[in-house]
Design a protein around this ligand. Structure first.
Ligand SMILES: Cc1ncc(COP(=O)(O)O)c(C=O)c1O
Length: 457
């Protein structure tokens, strides 16, 4: 397959290829795992290990690897027209068709989309749009964006500022002005003794109101949140939280943005994460990316509600914003093929009737492991907390170190999870079947046993 052996590739990798979110010295010591093949729910590394990819790449290969319809769509578009721009009053067929298809699968009232290449760019685009919206509405002071600690919205300067990851802020002179944070709705961290889930939901939502009052509603453009925070460790909001957030946004005339980059295209069982019954909101703008093309080609976008779209289009004049690859025809062709594949295979119906309930009951059983507690799922997203002493709810002194070790042991046992602070998370492909879910749980259990042993408890 390749002229290089793994050791040579690892050396070339260290010498030349800078990895995202990585300590290169640490990477050199551990040795890069080089992935050479994917099929269905599995990936293979250069040493021949077959691994169940229960992270769907980066929560994006929702329909699995090696989908011929998507590869064919890309090849056909490469042959027909590999690129043309959407600047200068031109467009390509796939870009128009995908925009129309997105309006078709979205709930009524979401008619328009602006395409970008990544979720980060889409979030930057969203900020420019909401600020432009308020300028047009004659409220130019409404500029501040409110997001949450431990959120992830991307790595460009504005998206990293919106992200509530302190380790990112430390290293980049961010957040930039005009972006502020409130606490996340994570009851394990912020709940009070004896507080019900409902009371916590209302209290967590009230932090938004407190922030609005402190800054002044006339200065705030939007509240932005992920329906559930995958990168933050699969933090699942309590019921009622999002509905209260929406009520507060409406009351103070603040736009509500769903960063649906991970939660859409079936991850929570619906086309969009904000449609999940636990979330159930009508955002003013929706940020999408990742699984829109099953991650086979970079593509992201901002979907606008009728209210915002009409203002920007009918009253906004020229929106001086865009990217060379906005609406890239091959990306759009793969996006269309992905949505068509999801429709043809009735994946959302299978998720609701079979996969999600099975995954939920199987994953929850992990809570009986001595290291972990609160194994929980929302749709096809799942996470748990790693405890040093779970009876007393004591975390490890260096939780990140244990979580990263657990991640490596997961790989060694043929399964993928991602670490996030005190938590471990996963998001398997939506096409996973019951036998594969069982296999995944057994492998995670083996990795947890190995973590327990390595942690010397
Ligand atoms: C919720 C959310 N928003 C935005 C992004 C950034 O997307 P990208 O990595 O495509 O820039 C991510 C990436 O994981 C994400 O999870």
């Amino acid at each position: 397959m390749t002229q290089w052996d793994t050791a040579t590739l690892r050396q070339m990798d260290f010498d030349h290829y800078l990895h995202p979110f990585s300590d290169m010295q640490d990477l050199k010591q551990v040795g890069t795992r080089i992935i050479v093949k994917g099929e269905g729910c599995y990936i293979w590394d250069s040493e021949g290990n077959k691994i169940l990819d229960s992270m769907s790449g980066m929560s994006c290969v929702n329909m699995g690897y090696s989908q011929p319809a998507l590869i064919d769509a890309a090849n056909a578009q490469f042959a027909q027209l590999p690129f043309y721009t959407s600047f200068f009053k031109t467009a390509t067929l796939p870009a128009i068709e995908l925009a129309t298809l997105l309006a078709e699968i979205a709930p009524a009232g979401y008619e328009r989309v602006f395409f970008t290449n990544s979720g980060s760019e889409a979030n930057d685009t969203m900020i420019r749009m909401v600020r432009r919206y308020w300028d047009i509405m004659g409220k130019p002071n409404k500029k501040t964006i409110i997001t949450r600690w431990n959120a992830y919205h991307g790595s460009t300067i504005a998206a990293a500022s919106m992200s509530g990851m302190v380790s990112m802020h430390d290293k980049g002179w961010i957040p930039i002005p005009g972006i502020v944070h409130i606490d996340q709705p994570y009851q394990l961290e912020h709940g009070l003794p004896g507080e019900s889930e409902t009371d916590f939901a209302l209290r967590a939502a009230s932090w938004l109101e407190d922030k609005i009052k402190a800054i002044g509603p006339d200065n705030i453009a939007a509240f932005v949140g992920e329906p559930a925070q995958m990168a933050g460790g699969a933090v699942i909001p309590p019921p009622g939280y999002w509905q209260k957030i929406q009520e507060i946004c409406r009351r103070y005339d603040i736009l509500l943005v769903s960063d649906d980059v991970i939660c859409s295209f079936g991850r929570l069982g619906k086309w969009f994460g904000f449609q999940h019954p636990r979330i159930d909101i009508q955002p003013d703008l929706v940020v999408v990316a990742k699984a829109m093309t099953n991650a086979y080609f970079p593509l992201a976008g901002v979907i606008l509600s009728q209210g915002v779209g009409d203002v920007l289009v009918n009253q906004g004049g020229t929106f001086n914003h865009g990217f060379t690859y906005t609406g890239h025809p091959v990306a759009a062709a793969v996006g269309m093929a992905t949505i068509r594949l999801m429709q043809q295979t009735n994946i959302l119906e299978t998720l609701e009737s079979t996969t999600i309930p099975y995954f939920n009951q199987a994953f929850k059983q992990l809570s009986d492991h001595p290291l972990i507690d609160h194994a929980e799922t929302l749709g096809m997203m799942a996470g748990f907390v790693l405890y040093q002493d779970k009876a007393k709810k004591i975390h490890f002194p260096d939780p990140q170190k244990i979580a990263v070790m657990c991640q490596q042991l997961c790989y060694q046992h043929g399964v993928v999870m991602r670490p996030a602070g005190t938590r471990m998370a996963c998001a398997p492909p939506l096409i996973i079947n019951e036998a594969q879910i069982d296999e995944m749980i057994v492998k995670i259990r083996h990795a947890l046993d190995a973590t327990l042993k390595a942690a010397n408890l």
